[in-house]
Design a protein around this ligand. Structure first.
Ligand code: CTP
Ligand code: A1H0Z
Length: 440
């Protein structure tokens, strides 16, 4: 049996995790290795006042939800978890103010101030910047560097934010860029090709962008009506109105903007993939349960999951729940429902499922034939009610029944099935299957 603290990586080198920031908590004491501390005030402006017409949805995309949370909450959290970012000004349309207030309260977004935007993105950004310039110093003091980031770009990591921030402090302005995927072409008024640009010489301007606050605020104060109405590039304003040439930094592929409906599905898939990479197996100490947990560890690790195995004779008290998002709880011969209920209570008390759903796969391991039927009947009625209550707390409870077999081939088949079911339940997080007892 592996020590509980050891984690088992998959055989292949793990791919760059597109959503690493979702689960890695920044350490407020220690700047990440390889970069200096940020010793000046930094704030963020998130323009979120658009209507998201290109999604074809009635709800503006920043308020569309996946995994029980609106898109904008993921973006806010990506900045809120960065210890050296002090304030986040979210710019919303006036009619979305109360919705945004509810989101801030529900998800404990403590660093957020809400302001009203304008009819275009540039007007909204200017409204956000004005929030620092025109308020009581003690409430929202002016930052040295302000990061401007579309609220519909939820995947941004602290490392890259640090690069953008330090470059903005040194250079006055900085911006993310990505290689072009398609070639840029110009058309004639009749709709024919006029010319194409040499793709290698151009880049796509992305977000986040960073600025010395005074520079970008002055640029917006000087901004023409035409730029306010039709412009799409903050870096251009800093250059055109303040002569500040932005430092361009190539960013990771995760900086993409949610623009079309398909992008919302893509964003959900990224979050699901990130949340599904770890599992904690909680095992009883009888031989069959220990054997099952060891086999699960090997099989799930082969699926490239990081797996902890926690001998759990005393129920949930022996487990650090807050460091895991997916639990496989093995109960032998009886349902031990109280332990599951206690887990749900602890997860709720620690707010651990507030931002991301937690999955509990409850494995009913039947060792003695006599107990099989009674265990299953007892569990079937109990799990449904508990699952319904847990779902209200963003905890997804699934059941899988498995019979221990002394016939190695049969036991191996059952364990393989259980491993596949557990991996699928953790990966898909389908609320329809909560409260059900599947059969391995
Ligand atoms: N008047 C506006 C328009 C846009 N934005 C914000 O600017 C970001 C990037 O703009 P875009 O992707 O174009 O969003 P929308 O304008 O909402 O999309 P669409 O053009 O499809 O309507 C989004 O977070 C959007 O909410 C804003 O704050 N105020
Ligand atoms: O034009 P949209 O409002 O869809 O998106 C804004 C983007 O243009 C902008 O975020 C980047 O190009 C960086 O400026």
């Amino acid at each position: 049996m592996r020590a509980a603290t050891q984690r088992d990586r998959g055989s292949a080198e793990r791919p760059v995790d597109p959503g690493r920031f979702l689960t890695r908590e920044a350490d407020p004491e220690e700047p990440a290795a390889g970069r200096g501390a940020v010793d000046f005030p930094v704030a963020v402006v998130l323009p979120a006042g658009g209507s998201g017409e290109r999604t074809g949805l009635s709800t503006p995309k920043q308020f569309c939800t996946f995994l029980t949370r609106p898109l904008i909450s993921y973006t806010i959290q990506a900045f809120e978890r960065v210890p050296w970012i002090e304030r986040i000004v979210v710019v919303v349309a006036k009619e979305s103010h109360s919705l945004m207030t509810d989101i801030v309260e529900k998800f404990n977004h403590a660093k957020v101030k809400i302001v009203h935007g304008g009819s275009t993105r540039h007007r909204s950004i200017f409204c956000g910047l004005q929030a620092f310039a025109e308020t009581d110093e003690s409430l929202l003091h002016k930052p040295k560097v302000v990061i401007i980031h579309d609220a519909v770009r939820p995947f941004v990591e602290e490392d890259f934010l640090h690069k953008i921030t330090m470059a903005a402090k040194e250079q006055g302005a900085s911006g993310a860029m990505r290689p072009l995927v398609s070639t840029v072409i110009a058309t004639t008024s009749e709709g024919y090709l006029d010319h194409s640009l040499e793709r290698a010489k151009y880049r796509a301007s992305e977000m986040p962008q960073g600025f010395l606050y005074d520079i970008i605020y002055q640029a917006y104060q000087r901004c023409s009506e035409s730029d306010f109405e039709f412009g799409t590039e903050c870096l251009h304003l800093a250059l055109h109105y303040c002569g500040t040439n932005a430092k361009l930094i190539e960013g990771p592929p995760t900086l993409w903007k949610v623009t079309y409906k398909r992008d919302l599905a893509a964003a959900e898939a990224v979050v699901k993939e990130t949340l599904s990479q770890t599992a904690c197996v909680m095992t009883e100490e009888c031989a069959e349960s220990l054997d099952l947990s060891h086999k699960l560890l090997k099989k799930l690790s082969a699926e490239d999951m990081l797996v902890d195995v926690i001998p759990n004779p005393k129920g949930v008290k022996g487990v650090s729940l807050t460091s895991n998002r997916n639990f496989i709880h093995i109960s032998v011969n009886s349902s031990k429902l109280a332990q599951i209920a206690e887990m749900v209570m602890v997860l709720e008390e620690t707010n651990h499922a507030l931002l991301y759903p937690v999955v509990i796969v409850w494995v009913l391991l039947t060792v003695s034939e006599q107990s099989a039927l009674s265990q299953r009947c007892e569990a079937a009625s109990a799990i449904m009610d508990l699952a319904r209550a847990s779902e209200q707390k963003n905890i997804l409870l699934y059941g899988v029944q498995i019979n221990h077999s002394k016939v190695p081939e049969q036991w191996e088949r059952s364990v393989t099935k259980l491993s596949q079911l557990a991996a699928a339940l953790i990966r898909d997080r389908n609320p329809i299957l909560t409260g059900q007892i599947l059969q391995a």
